[in-house]
Structures are given as C-alpha cells and as structure tokens.
Design a protein around this ligand. Structure first.
Ligand SMILES: *[C@@H]1O[C@H](CO)[C@@H](O)[C@H](O)[C@H]1NC(C)=O
Ligand SMILES: *[C@@H]1O[C@H](CO)[C@@H](O)[C@H](O)[C@H]1NC(C)=O
Length: 349
C-alpha cells in the first residue's frame, strides 16, 4: 500500500461518507531552540525548531500541567479552538564555501498563501481522503486527552534501513504546487522548483492509558495489516486521529546548481546536522479546547483539499490573517539570519 498523495486520492472520488478529514493552516509561531518534549526545561535546546499553534508553547510543558487550551490565549491555526503545538526541525542550505543559510517556510499554495510560513495540519480518520493508515471508514476515532503528546521519527537516523521503522516520513519534490507522488524518505536529489514538502504522519493507535511515555513514542503504534482490514494491535487498541504535517520549505532561492556541491550531491541539511534527510522527525502536544476535536470527528467533517475552508460547522474558525497575528515572545535569542559559519547550537553535519 503506497499512498500517492491527496490529489490522486481526490481524483479517485470521495472516500466513505463516515470518514473525517480536517485540513487547515497553522502559521509560524516562532523559530527557536526549545524542545519541551525531548529537552524539557533546557534553554536553549540542542537544535533549532519551527513551532506552530498556540502561544502556550514553552521550554517546559509537563503532561500533568494545566490544559494547554487554558494556558494559551491565541493560536496560529485557523480552527480557533486548537491551541495544540506542532513542531519540526528547521532546514538549512549549505553553500559551497561551507556557510549555512536558513530556508524559510511558506504557506501551502493550495489555499494558504496568506500564511506567514508554518505548515499545513491534517487530522484524518481511517479511510478518509489523504489517509494512508488503512482500516475501515466507519472505525470509531477517539480524540486525544489533555496532556497527550508524542513524537515520530529519530534524529539520529542516517540510513534507508533505519527509516523503515517509520514508513510515513517522506519528502515531496514540488515541481509545481500540485506535485504529489514520488515521495522519498531522504532529501530529494534534484532541485525542486516550488520547494521541498516535508510530510510527517504520526501513528494512529494508542494504548488507551498513557498520555506520554519515556521515549514519547511507545504509547502509540502503527496499525497492523493493510487496506480496509488494517487494525490496531491489541497492545494499542484505541484508534486516534492521524496527525499529519505538510511543511513547505521554500528552497527556490537556492536552486542554482552553481551553488550546489561540486560532487553533485544535494545541499540541504536539517538543523540537527543531518544531510541525508533520514533523521526527519515531528513533535506534537495536544491542545484542543474541551471536546472540539472529538466533535469534529463525530460530525465527520471534511475540509477543502485545495482551498481554505475547514468546513466544519461545529468548530469555531478564524482567518489566516488572524492566525498570523498570534505571537509568542522569543525565549532563546540568537542570530538565525544571513550566512552563518555554523548551524545554531554548533550542530555538526
Ligand atoms: C513559561 O513558563 C514560565 C516558567 O514556568 C512561565 O513564567 C511563563 O509564563 C510561561 N509562558 C507561557 C507562554 O506560558
Ligand atoms: C558563501 O557563499 C554564499 C553563497 O554563494 C555567499 O553568498 C557568501 O557571501 C559566501 N560567504 C563567504 C564568507 O564567502
């Protein structure tokens, strides 16, 4: 089962009526060296992140602390009740002379161009458009509990063999804004005219008990089996929404091959020092207000695939421009602009 992308899925016709697909824009909140999951309380954390979502993001975010939806006062996401935080590493371009330049994110051309960077966020049920998790479209999906968090991926990975552990972390080389398919598990080897879209899909089965685990991963699992018969393993029996990030890194200013390494290799690196791409990873802290996310699933909402319409009357929404205005004070101040001799935190490639 290889998922060919949302546009292809749409071309095959609508999914089962009962399925749910929320798709929305979350503008960039802040870019800084904090990681409350992996390095709680550490200011600065070892590597740089881009964070979107609610302004309750902080160096420390304990799972038993106050509900994030009560801590945050605004969100960069268009569902106004979603105060979750979503974050990834940051992409850099490495020039021939060895200096680094940060790559900016841009709003998804399919509906979210008004966003000041950030990412597209999906919450998917099995069988929905864009879901590649398998299972029946009628499966009951249970929304996350306050305090829930998880990570996916492993920043220490540098090989195709290792990334097999996470079959749903991929790159799409955008030649046009609607390029789908041809996903790779490492950085694209050729220049991508419109940018590099980084796809991060989290596991969809939960142990039903723990909102976190020591490695932030073992309380969740991928389904077993494939197609419509795929189901959650007995150790992780509860179906949770598939959280899915699409982040579009605007690599277009760096597409001149004369700037690329003389040996023809690709020039992009992650903020944690990975030039392969196999170390891609994502972090998630749930922060929807009350039962808003469960209501959206119970109502089988289906957002626009290409436009900006959450299309879910049970949810309060705000405009992308309102989302752009939500901000958080930067905790770790350091230069992130221009040509830099080292990656932030001195991470080595
Ligand atoms: C972050 O945590 C500090 C220390 O616990 C607290 O003083 C501050 O208000 C928090 N910031 C936000 C945005 O919640
Ligand atoms: C390094 O290369 C970049 C890109 O070609 C260039 O803009 C920058 O000025 C160079 N820096 C130095 C110190 O040569």
């Amino acid at each position: 089962m290889h998922w060919k992308g949302l546009l292809t899925a749409a071309a095959f016709g609508p999914a089962a009526q009962a399925a749910t697909m929320l798709r929305f824009s979350c503008s960039q909140l802040v870019v800084e060296r904090l990681d409350p999951l992996v390095n709680p309380g550490q200011v600065p954390s070892p590597h740089l992140h881009q964070i979107v979502g609610g302004n309750g993001f902080n160096a420390t975010m304990d799972s038993d602390a106050a509900d994030l939806a009560t801590v945050a006062s605004c969100t960069t996401c268009t569902p106004a009740e979603d105060f979750s935080n979503y974050w990834t590493a940051v992409m850099f371009f490495k020039a021939r002379n060895g200096t680094y330049h940060r790559v900016a994110t841009k709003g998804n051309p399919l509906g979210f161009t008004a966003a000041t960077g950030g990412q597209t966020v999906y919450y998917l049920s099995p069988g929905s458009q864009g879901s590649n998790v398998g299972g029946s479209g009628n499966a009951k999906v249970t929304a996350f509990r306050p305090g829930f968090r998880m990570t996916v991926g492993d920043p220490s990975f540098r090989s195709a063999a290792e990334i097999k552990k996470y079959p749903q972390l991929t790159y799409t080389c955008l030649q046009t804004s609607t390029t789908r398919g041809g996903e790779t598990t490492n950085f694209p080897k050729a220049a991508c005219k419109v940018g590099i879209m980084v796809n991060i899909r989290f596991p969809t089965c939960w142990d039903g008990k723990n909102v976190d685990s020591p490695d932030h991963q073992s309380h969740v699992a991928y389904p077993t089996g494939s197609g419509t018969s795929a189901g959650c393993p007995s150790t992780h029996p509860v179906r949770i929404p598939q959280v899915f990030y699409e982040t579009i890194w605007d690599t277009s200013p760096f597409n001149d091959k004369a700037l690329w390494p003389a040996d023809g290799s690709q020039p992009f690196v992650w903020s944690f020092g990975d030039a392969t791409g196999y170390g891609t990873h994502g972090d998630y802290v749930f922060g929807w207000k009350g039962d808003a996310l469960q209501r959206a699933f119970d109502a089988n909402c289906n957002s626009d695939l290409m436009g900006n319409n959450v299309n879910c009357p049970t949810l309060k929404t705000q405009t992308i421009q309102q989302g752009n205005q939500c901000s958080k004070k930067v905790t770790v101040r350091e230069n992130l602009d221009g040509w830099m001799t080292t990656l932030p935190g001195g991470m080595t490639v």
